[in-house]
Design a protein around this ligand. Structure first.
Ligand SMILES: *Cc1c(COP(=O)(O)O)cnc(C)c1O
Length: 243
């Protein structure tokens, strides 16, 4: 067989993570791999989890995540944690809390307050990350860097049922290495600067995707979100129709 199997691709990503983590004095075990399964069918996701190498999955849309999560086979012993990594609209907050295990995209006081209010009905809590827009690109979601301290303080002080674990960011798209590293480095520095502001350290920095995760790890990432390098290119409905 000349084509890589899914397991080969996962092993290759894990080996690359291990190598680069080693260069920063850490080990691959210090970096959490989120397999981003958006647009891919549940069958392929199950195959990835059955390798025993994947236990954390990422989806960027509540509806798509819900469809997959609710079809998870009940006889499957391997469990996976589902991370919501895409922008969350206020009116989908309840659904997101119902289905997902981790919300990485808290980017406004309004959303944080909604999540807190819904959680308080049942006194459950949810681990979250605050999404920051490290590139300043207008089309990107995430709180602007210069507003991040204020939002972090709001989450830490006003939202006790949100377990505030750290930051998430998407690097500049199509930027050069220097620009991408700079944006990642600024996000790492922001995370460090938040410790005295909120009174405790944030353990998680979710940054790095298929094309930039090695730079992200070198700049301090502790969690990478990888889709294409594991599952292959995404097929969106428009593209399928065009074939
Ligand atoms: C799609 C997506 C990823 C994964 O991107 P790849 O380039 O396929 O690895 C990571 N993070 C977010 C927020 C995404 O939407």
């Amino acid at each position: 067989m000349v084509t890589d199997t899914l397991k080969d691709r996962i092993c290759s990503v894990l080996a690359r993570i291990d190598t680069v983590a080693g260069r920063t004095g850490r080990s691959g075990k210090d970096i959490t791999l989120i397999a981003v399964s958006k647009t891919h069918p549940l069958e392929l996701i199950l195959e990835a989890v059955r390798t025993g190498l994947i236990s954390q999955l990422g989806e960027n849309k509540v509806q798509e995540g819900q469809e997959k999560i609710s079809r998870w086979p009940s006889d499957m012993t391997a469990k996976a944690a589902w991370h919501l990594i895409g922008h969350l609209q206020n009116n989908k907050a309840r659904k997101a809390l119902e289905y997902f295990d981790f919300i990485q995209s808290v980017d406004s006081e309004k959303l944080a307050a909604s999540l807190q209010r819904i959680l308080s009905e049942s006194n459950h809590s949810m681990p979250v990350l605050m999404e920051v827009n490290c590139s300043g690109e207008a089309q990107k979601s995430g709180i602007p860097m210069d507003k991040a301290k204020e939002l972090a303080l709001f989450i830490a002080e006003k939202c006790p049922l949100l377990q505030f674990k750290g930051l998430m960011t998407v690097g500049p798209l199509g930027g050069n290495e220097q620009k991408i590293r700079e944006a990642f480095s600024n996000t790492f520095k922001l995370k460090e600067q938040l410790t005295p502001v909120i009174g405790y350290p944030l353990p998680i920095l979710s940054m790095g995707m298929s094309d930039d995760f090695e730079w992200a790890i070198e700049e301090g990432s502790t969690m990478v979100r990888i889709g294409t390098a594991i599952f292959g290119a995404r097929k969106y409905p428009e593209q399928r129709e065009a074939l």
